[in-house]
Design a protein around this ligand. Sequence first.
Ligand SMILES: CC(C)(COP(=O)(O)OP(=O)(O)OC[C@H]1O[C@@H](n2cnc3c(N)ncnc32)[C@H](O)[C@@H]1OP(=O)(O)O)[C@@H](O)C(=O)NCCC(=O)NCCS
Length: 176
Amino acid sequence: MLLSPAPFSLRPMQESDIEAVAAIDRLSFPTPTRVKLFYHELQQNQMAHYQVLQEAAKIVGFAGYWLIGDEIHISTIAVHPAQRGRQLGELLLLNMLFLAYTHPACLVTLEVRRTNVVAQALYEKYQFALVGERRGYYKDTGEDALLMTVTPLDGRYHQFLTTQQTHLFTRLQSEA
Ligand SMILES: CC(C)(COP(=O)(O)OP(=O)(O)OC[C@H]1O[C@@H](n2cnc3c(N)ncnc32)[C@H](O)[C@@H]1OP(=O)(O)O)[C@@H](O)C(=O)NCCC(=O)NCCS
């Protein structure tokens, strides 16, 4: 887990966080995640790894991925709408990318809605490439998913992440 500059901190999600996480989730996605699913992920899904981001004592964002073989599949990432644009989504993503090395994984994948240009810009900043599309993937709106990946998770990409971390922490410290 990345040691973030104060007052920010990252840690694994616990059941006691679910209420706060579900509140952010409801404000972030067209079809909110069922609270039951968060319990399932934490209690039963051995592949699931969820983190929360706090600013002082308050949860301001969360993210999760599944470790499937040597692949990390990012299942969710969200920042409270009032806190967006402060590099907190980037901090959550960077943390997951560093965690990928600890398993270790060699590939990171995710799906993103075609219209979600903000998230796509974040992923492109971290060198995710578009590798495919899933037509009508999102049942709620019928929207297509774009499939994006980062590979390989080699020493060079780790160096890139380290450089990004330096820039990110400088920005977070100057805004805190
Ligand atoms: C996607 C999300 C997590 C980004 O979090 P955030 O904290 O607002 O983003 P950050 O401030 O960390 O920005 C990081 C990068 O994202 C991109 N970005 C952020 N806001 C953007 C905007 N309004 N327009 C374009 N790009 C933007 C930029 O590349 C930015 O890097 P930069 O500041 O160097 O330009 C957030 O918008 C969110 O929770 N959205 C709703 C849930 C969601 O769509 N999740 C993704 C599912 S695939």
